[in-house]
Design a protein around this ligand. Sequence first.
Ligand SMILES: Cc1cc2nc3c(=O)[nH]c(=O)nc-3n(C[C@H](O)[C@H](O)[C@H](O)COP(=O)(O)OP(=O)(O)OC[C@H]3O[C@@H](n4cnc5c(N)ncnc54)[C@H](O)[C@@H]3O)c2cc1C
Length: 374
Amino acid sequence: HLIIARTPDAPPGVKGISLFLASKFEIKDDGSLGSRNDFRAGSIEHKLGIHGSPTCVMLYEDAQAELVGELGQGLPHMFVMMNAARLQVGVQGVAIAERAFQQALAFSQERKQGRTVWEADGMIYGHPDVRRMLMLMKAKIEAARAICLTTGVLSDLARLAASDEERAAAKARQELLTPIAKAWSTDVGVEVASLGVQVHGGMGFIEETGAAQHYRDARIAPIYEGTNGIQAIDLVGRKVGMEDGGVMRALCAELALTAESLTEVPDLAAVGRRLAAGVAALERATDWLLANRGADSLAAATPYLKLAGDVIGGAMLGRQALAAAGSDDPWMKSKGALARVYSSQVLSLAPGLADGLMDGALDMEATSAAALAP
Ligand SMILES: Cc1cc2nc3c(=O)[nH]c(=O)nc-3n(C[C@H](O)[C@H](O)[C@H](O)COP(=O)(O)OP(=O)(O)OC[C@H]3O[C@@H](n4cnc5c(N)ncnc54)[C@H](O)[C@@H]3O)c2cc1C
């Protein structure tokens, strides 16, 4: 077990936290196992979801543990694991969303209800609103997957690119994208799993179909490995400010080039136009954040992260659509359709999101718990 704990004479605050390793059995010098260490699971938590993964309250009484790394460096050591884990939890969001989508797609082709607008053997797949949900699910999954894969590639390039300059650039962008990969993708996991329940109608609320389990299981991912609120604060507090906003601005400039390329392809011109408006909104919000620190930027953090994820995800779908343009293969053709649906359902809202977040924290600061109480 890896544990963070304080030593008796540790200084207050995070500098007093160290990292320890407690093995279940004592390991003797000759490598053989000795007596059992004095720790145990006090209870197993009853949770909303992920019932296949027991979460325990651990009781360490007279347990023996070895220091890992340096005394007082527990948090920096733990962050080596946390940085990788954030991306991995983002991937969990994608994975659960994908499972929820596959199940919803299958159900939509088995369930008959009402007179359908489109031919689908009378199945609910023939209803425009059901198809809208399915395409939105798929588009968000593809966007989140692309953000996570890009962050993974950047983490490889940060170590392995040919020059110091390329490694430093990859590392900066990886740091910028990591909180977005974690928070945006896990929010997508919950949204898509919720849409999966909706596609099932009443049967989505009944455990028998399994759709509800995906929704319950998806709900932990925005919470653990640092809540999505904390990811957003990391984004606006440390990442957006890197190089005086230069890392975010360089990314926006690349997204704007994708928008330009999209506008030159007739079938994708609307995607390009909405992406350009989204990038402009993200740039405005970034300038505002850099000029407004403190409570204003903290109150704007979560909508800003959503805006960034929505726009970056849209650009990645746009690039996929550009790569697939001209192909007759149905799967490749779906890339253009998914980019268009995403642009009408998600990117079109980006300017409003930017406008709203720039209202800042005034009303939140001025309110009181008593005024909000019923
Ligand atoms: C099923 C499960 C498994 C877990 N597994 C592990 C594990 O293996 N290892 C491990 O170490 N931990 C684990 N955790 C703990 C988990 O990482 C924490 O629960 C999570 O990081 C949130 O911390 P918290 O519960 O203390 O919430 P709190 O920090 O109390 O947060 C409560 C609310 O306040 C907000 N908030 C808190 N601080 C701020 C701030 N400064 N600014 C703005 N908003 C703030 C949060 O975003 C949240 O909305 C697990 C938790 C669960 C539920």
